[in-house]
Design a protein around this ligand. Structure first.
Ligand code: PRT
Ligand code: ZN
Length: 283
């Protein structure tokens, strides 16, 4: 049995539960029980505030966790970051009132900066030789300048809309974050084995995101030209059709490239193009 800590409520909760479900692991959503086991895999899920996850994993109360790199870096706990999940992407940035003339980092010398990430910010300022006052505040960081609590802020930015609403502008992007799997460094062999199985499933889910399965028919003499322009897990699959002189090609393509590929394929002479959603890609 392996114990996984995930966020109880908030931005990472839904994506974490969706990832588990796509990896074939169903668990109840944590609204009634803080610790719940799955019938599909030897795993228990522990629901916590994201701030507590690094500590709980470092202590071994949970074996592994899903949490933002921002929390891992801020909390400075002894955990291993073992897998990047690709969701919960954001950055932590310095922002100042939009009326300020900002030229360089020197601006922050002697300024008061409010943040919930004092460790990350202090390290950054130390590294750059900036002497600023770092004020650690738990929430509503973005209103600190307008109420006179600080001259600037260091906070999470995603679209930037919150900064604009609060009359601020982003001037330095300091730390880039996404959700990761963290692990206790002293896991037993049995738990390491379960972690590897879990990461294998997560990886298959992640690889198939945004990928489509495409089938098309083509005169045989065009096959080489089409194979050269299409990717594939190894290379595209080419199968003969019952109709002489024709082949069927099967290939996995990225959704972003889909329409460009379809237009090029039609020019070459492809017909009967089918695009299907792809559920799992197992290497
Ligand atoms: O209750 P708990 O402590 O568990 O949750 P929380 O309130 O501390 O965290 P939560 O749920 O807001 O975020 C969890 C994690 O999601 C963070 O630690 C980040 O790793 C990640 N993440 C991704 C974000 C954002 N995007 C994000 N946009 N976390 C917070 N925000 C907030 C930000 O603080 C600011 O208020 O969204 C606002 C900015 O968004 P934009 O789009 O207006 O720029
Ligand atoms: Zn939190």
């Amino acid at each position: 049995m392996i114990r996984l800590a995930i966020q109880k409520k908030g931005r990472l909760n839904t994506d974490s539960l969706e990832l588990l479900a796509e990896a074939g692991i169903r668990v109840s959503d944590g609204s009634r029980q803080l610790l719940t086991a799955s019938d599909d895999f030897p795993i228990e899920v522990l629901y916590l505030r994201d701030d507590d996850i690094p500590h709980v994993v470092a202590m071994g109360v949970a074996d592994i966790g899903i949490v933002g790199q921002n929390e891992v870096s801020e909390k400075r706990q002894a955990v291993d970051e073992v897998y990047k999940l690709g969701f919960g992407k954001c950055r932590i940035s310095l922002a100042v009132p939009k009326s300020e003339n900002y030229a360089s980092l020197e601006y922050f010398n002697g300024k008061r900066v409010a943040t919930s990430y004092p460790n990350i910010l202090r390290s950054f300022f130390d590294e750059k030789g900036i002497r600023a006052e770092v004020h650690d505040i738990a929430g509503s960081v973005e209103i600190a300048p307008s109420v006179g609590l600080a001259d600037a802020i260091f906070d999470i930015v995603s679209s930037g809309a919150t900064l604009v609403t609060n009359g601020l502008k982003e001037v330095e992007k300091v730390f880039f974050s996404e959700a990761v799997v963290i692990a206790n460094p002293g896991l037993s062999c049995e738990k390491r084995e379960l972690l590897q199985q879990l990461l294998f499933r997560f990886d298959s889910v992640k690889r198939s995101k945004g990928m489509k399965y495409m089938l098309l028919n083509l005169p045989n003499e065009k096959v080489d030209e089409v194979v050269a322009m299409l990717p594939g897990m190894k290379s595209p699959t080419v199968l003969p059709l019952a109709q002489p002189g024709w082949s069927s090609i099967h290939v996995v393509v990225n959704e972003r490239e889909l329409w460009g590929k379809i237009e090029a394929l039609k020019k070459i002479g492809a017909e009967d193009i089918l695009v299907l959603s792809l559920e799992k890609m197992i290497p």
